[in-house]
Design a protein around this ligand. Sequence first.
Ligand code: PEP
Ligand code: CO
Length: 451
Amino acid sequence: MAATWTPSSWQSFPAVQQPSWPNDGSLDQALKQISSYPPLVFAGEARSLQNQLAQVCSGNAFLLQAGDCAESFEEFSANNIREKLRVILQMAVVLTYSLGVPTVKVGRMAGQFAKPRSSDTETIGGVEIPSFRGHMVNDPAPVSDARIPAPERLVQAYHQSASTLNLVRAFVKGGFADLSRVHAWTQEFVASSPEGQRYEQVATEIERALRFMRACGVDTEHTSSLHETDVYTSHEALILGYEESLTRQDSLTGGWYDCSAHMLWIGERTRQLDGAHIEFLRGVGNPIGCKIGPTTTVDYVLELCKTLNPAQIPGRLTLISRMGADKVEDSLRPLLRAVRDSGHPVVWACDPMHGNTFTSASGLKTRHFDEILREISGFVNAHRLEGTWPGGIHIELTGDNVTECLGGTDDLTDADLTDRYQTVCDPRLNARQSLDLAFGVAELLRSSGFA
Ligand code: PEP
Ligand code: CO
């Protein structure tokens, strides 16, 4: 840890997973340009999210963090953003209705453009080329030239984030998220399915409840929380130069905020206690997350809490466990116990995706719906046994009808994967699988006595 934190103090610490940018001044130029641009989010919004996450901390709300593994420069349209938002809103309705607590909605959206890789290079057709590191860094085409990191991509990522955020704000405040439209959120390909029909039932009951409230004299027309909502943004804070260039001092409090998104998280591969990523994020006022995999020890997690949240502010720190379905219960319980006994307030979220990825016979990376749900089941059970609140889920999904994850009510098989395998990185749940998962999660929580 640096004696004094500054937006650039991370530069004196080892930063893993950084691209080998060209040494021609183009990186500095791109970062200078972004530093001169307006912030994407405001400090006050990050504080509002932190307050909502404090409610999750105390067991009075549930966190739904969801979106692409990696956003794409090519798959960038109003349709794409709207469909993703639609499935997030539908999942949130199912969860809120079933659990009886608010769902805090955070997208892996409007900035999720950089990926950590297990190897710096990959071999394609016998040729070794640099790995793809996300559209913010290089081009996925499997040729060497395309993979050279290009700093102007950072500027493009900024602009795409700004447009995405603009549309998200317009949708959630401009009528799209109005609860009187719960029925209208169902897409055609979902409506015909069993989970779509289950959703329709929930939507009908919500409409009935709204009519009941009006009949009792409640002014639903002028209750803004029924007509609009908040959807916050988040991404992995991986490329630290980019994050630094959007870190600004809040004029109201004097604190520093990373204004590239409301919430930032540290990945499983960059969470070294003496590394640059932790040094950077410990100093910004945003709510932050940290992924923790199956090798996480009690000592590590307690040190992490002390480093990232020394003032023990509820909502400041979300620990996102990604253990794998087989390991989750045993790996998580000692951590839950230790953090609970230390008195550190944290939001516990379950990422059931990254510990359950495998390469199928067809050679494509995939995940099985049943394993995803099984990890959440182990997560919920660990919390039940330790008397802590299973605060939320962290999911990779898309609103499109893709075939990337196996199983679900459609029971997608290996042979189906090649039909519509469109992700630029990890396999995502499609809209039907996502809705199915929301019902599954609600049931798990209810049957464990959490709702
Ligand atoms: C991710 O969230 O896409 C990711 C790379 O996760 P992790 O850091 O947990 O492996
Ligand atoms: Co991923």
